[in-house]
Design a binder for this molecule. Structure first.
Ligand code: SAM
Length: 349
C-alpha cells in the first residue's frame, strides 16, 4: 500500500468528539486520498461528528453535510456551514441571564440519571437562552459547545451509563470539571475553528436517500454509513439519545420512561441489518451514480469488500480500493482491548 501524508493539504483542528465510527483519526489519510480526485462540490452523506465535512471545508470544497440525527446536523451547521459567526461576550451574558420563564424539563427528566442538580439546571438555562441569540449560526455554535461539554463530562461519552458515576472517576480533568466550566472552554474552542472558505457550504438534516442530488449535483459523494454490527448493536440513538434530545430540547421526541436512562425512540436505518444492508448499498450507489462515489468501509463490516466492489461496479466502470491498517480501541473502563482492522476507501469513478 502506498500512502504518504501530504501536509500541504490540511491542518485539521476539529474538536475531537467521541463518536462511534468517527473517522477523526483517519482524516489525514482520507484527505490525502480525496485530494487526488478532481471535484469542487461534495456531499458528506453520513456526517456524524462533522469531522469529515470540516476537513472537506478545509480542502476548500463546497460542502453539503447531511445526517439524519439532529445533533449531528447542528455540529455541521456550526462548523461547516457557519463561516463568520462567533459567540461574543454579549452573547455569553445573554446565555447566562436568569429568566423566571426557564423551563425545568431537563432537571425533572434526568434527575439522578445524568449529572448533578446544578448542572441539569444549567443545561435548562442555557438551552432556553440559546433561543435568544440573534442568528442560527450563533445558536448552533453555542449548542455545539454544550453538546461537547456534555460528552466530556459523561464517562466514555455514551448515555447508556447512569446513576453513580464515582466508579468511572479516574481523576481525569474532563470528569472533574463541571459542565459550566466545560461550556466556557468549549465556546472558545468552537469560536476558534470558525472560518470562511469562500464557498456556500450547507448542513442538512435528513435521510440520505432523500437528499436532493438533482438540485445540488455534488461532484463527489462521500459515504460513511453505520456498519452491520458483528455483535452488540450499533444504535446511535441508544448511545447519544441525550445529545439528540438536548439539541432540540426534546421537541417532537417521545421519551420511553420505562428505560433507566429515559431514552428516545431508535431511528431505523437499513444499514444496520443483514437483511437490508446490501439492498441499501445498491440503492445508494444507484442514487449517486452521476457523482464520483467514495465509500468508507472496514474489514470488520458486513457486507464484505468483494460484495461492495461488485455492487459499485454495477454503476461505475472504474472501481479502486485504497487500504490502510488501523488500530481501534474498545471495551469498558476496566479493560480496553485493541483490534486491528483494515480501513478501505472504495472509490468509483
Ligand atoms: C459511521 S457514522 C459517520 C461518522 C462520520 N463520518 C464521522 O467521522 O464522524 C454513520 C452516521 O450515519 C448516520 N445515518 C445512518 N443512517 C442514515 C440515513 N439513512 N441517512 C442519514 N444519516 C444516516 C448516523 O446518524 C451516523 O451519524
Amino acid at each position: 500500500m502506498h500512502y504518504e501524508y501530504n501536509p500541504a493539504f490540511v491542518s485539521i483542528n476539529y474538536p475531537l468528539i467521541r463518536y462511534m465510527g468517527s473517522k477523526y483519526k483517519l482524516l489525514d489519510w482520507i484527505s490525502t486520498e480525496l485530494g487526488q480526485l478532481e471535484f469542487n462540490t461534495v456531499l458528506d452523506g453520513f456526517s456524524g461528528s462533522g469531522a469529515v465535512s470540516y476537513m472537506l471545508k478545509k480542502l476548500n470544497k463546497t460542502v453539503y453535510s447531511n445526517d439524519f440525527l439532529h445533533f449531528s446536523y447542528i455540529l455541521a451547521k456550526a462548523t461547516t456551514e457557519n463561516s463568520f459567526q462567533r459567540i461574543n461576550s454579549n452573547d455569553l451574558n445573554t446565555l447566562h441571564k436568569q429568566d423566571s420563564n426557564t423551563p425545568n424539563f431537563i432537571q425533572e427528566t434526568f434527575k439522578g440519571i445524568f449529572y448533578s442538580k446544578d448542572e441539569l439546571r444549567y443545561l435548562d438555562k442555557i438551552s432556553y437562552n440559546i433561543n435568544k441569540l440573534s442568528n442560527q449560526y450563533k445558536r448552533a455554535l453555542a449548542m455545539s459547545a454544550l453538546i461537547r461539554s456534555c460528552i466530556k463530562k459523561q464517562p466514555r461519552g455514551v448515555f447508556t451509563i447512569s446513576g453513580d458515576m464515582e466508579k468511572y472517576n479516574d481523576g481525569r480533568r474532563d470528569l472533574r470539571l463541571t459542565i459550566q466550566e466545560h461550556f466556557l472552554e468549549q465556546i472558545e474552542v468552537y469560536n476558534g475553528i470558525v472560518f470562511n472558505n469562500l464557498n456556500k457550504n450547507r448542513a442538512f438534516h435528513g435521510n440520505v436517500f432523500e437528499f436532493d442530488d438533482k438540485k445540488y449535483k455534488p461532484d463527489l459523494v462521500y459515504l460513511d454509513p453505520p456498519y452491520v454490527p458483528r455483535s452488540d448493536d450499533n444504535c446511535y440513538v441508544k448511545r447519544y439519545h441525550f445529545l439528540e434530545g438536548l439539541s432540540k430540547y426534546w421537541k417532537d421526541e417521545e421519551i420511553d420512561f420505562n428505560t433507566k436512562v429515559h431514552k428516545i425512540k431508535k431511528k431505523y436505518t437499513p444499514f444496520s441489518y443483514r437483511k437490508t444492508a446490501i439492498i441499501a448499498f445498491d440503492e445508494l450507489f444507484d442514487k449517486f451514480k452521476s457523482s464520483i462515489i467514495v465509500l468508507s468501509y472496514s474489514s470488520n463490516g458486513y457486507p464484505d469488500l468483494a460484495i461492495l466492489e461488485g455492487l459499485l461496479g454495477k454503476y461505475k466502470n472504474n472501481v479502486e480500493i485504497k487500504k490502510k491498517n488501523h488500530k481501534y480501541h474498545f471495551g469498558n473502563h476496566k479493560s480496553v482491548k485493541r483490534s486491528n482492522v483494515e480501513e478501505y476507501l472504495i472509490i468509483g469513478k
